[in-house]
Design a protein around this ligand. Structure first.
Ligand code: ACM
Length: 267
């Protein structure tokens, strides 16, 4: 399966421009699964709740989801992207899985980072695993987590225990630990991880915030399959065999899941 990430700098408050940039970057690319950054429709640095009303969309209904659906169908590929979601009077920092048949699945970030807590409602559901189909690999199970979720190893472990072979990780990282830590998340769960980070800065009237790029893709045995630059727009696609993530044996005598001492892990 051809899987990878798209790294770019979403423009704050300009969903149409962000869609155009995504289209431009993938125009001549072939892939089966592509992961994009967190809040790729809206940008990150909100300063007022009214901005969320304007820049969020109901899943399936807005311009960003419609554009992703069109790309997914045209490319016959699965897309995962961060999105600023509106549901009634609430806003979520969400990720969507958009399928070529038009289906959309949503994960709402459960660990909100810093000022995100001013704007978003945290997700109240455990991250789920979804079956996607690939002509070469057959059925493949994938899960989504969003940026700061990485800091809580339980998130990736939950997805792995539910059977995820690939963890898709839309991100807007402001520090530089995660890109290195994802080596461990992949290795300790024996899964593929695809962290799609954004680059550049959001510059607002009284405040600004920079993001660290260096998107990264790691294999179940801790190989770096792709590493992005700190500041460039990039699409990286790698041929992977998702079945590699089904082998949880570490040595002849160690199995990642069977060797867990669950009774010692309480609280
Ligand atoms: C983050 O969760 N966007 C740092």
């Amino acid at each position: 399966m051809k899987a990878g990430y798209l790294q770019f700098q979403p423009q704050f408050g300009k969903p149409e421009e962000n869609i155009s940039k995504i289209k431009e970057l993938i125009r001549d690319k072939e892939f089966d699964l592509l992961v994009m950054p967190e809040l790729a429709n809206s940008g990150y640095l909100f300063t007022d709740k009214n901005e969320l009303k304007e820049l969020s969309e109901k899943i399936g209904d807005g311009i960003f989801c419609r554009a992703l659906k069109k790309i997914s169908s045209e490319k016959n590929a699965y897309l995962v992207s961060g999105i600023c979601e509106r549901a009634g009077s609430k806003f979520y920092n969400s990720s969507v899985l958009v399928c070529p048949d038009g289906k959309i699945f949503t994960y709402r970030k459960i660990h909100l980072f810093d000022t995100e807590k001013l704007w978003f409602t945290p997700g109240n559901k455990s991250p789920e695993v979804y079956e996607i189909s690939d002509p070469k690999s057959g059925t493949v199970k994938i899960g989504m987590m969003i940026c700061f979720d990485w800091f809580f190893p339980e998130t990736a472990r939950t997805l792995a225990l539910k059977g995820a072979q690939i963890i898709c990780h839309p991100s807007n990282l402001v520090m530089s630990y995660c890109q290195r830590a994802m080596f461990t998340r992949a290795l300790e769960n024996r899964v593929f991880t695809i962290t799609a980070n954004r680059t550049g800065k959001d510059v607002r009237e009284k405040t600004e915030l920079g993001f660290t790029g260096e998107s990264v893709m790691v294999s179940p045995i801790g190989e770096y399959l792709c590493k992005g630059s700190p500041d460039k727009d990039e699409v990286c696609i790698v041929e992977i065999n998702p079945e590699d993530a089904l082998n949880k044996n570490i040595t002849q005598n160690n199995n990642l899941f069977k060797d867990r001492r669950k009774s010692f892990y309480k609280t």
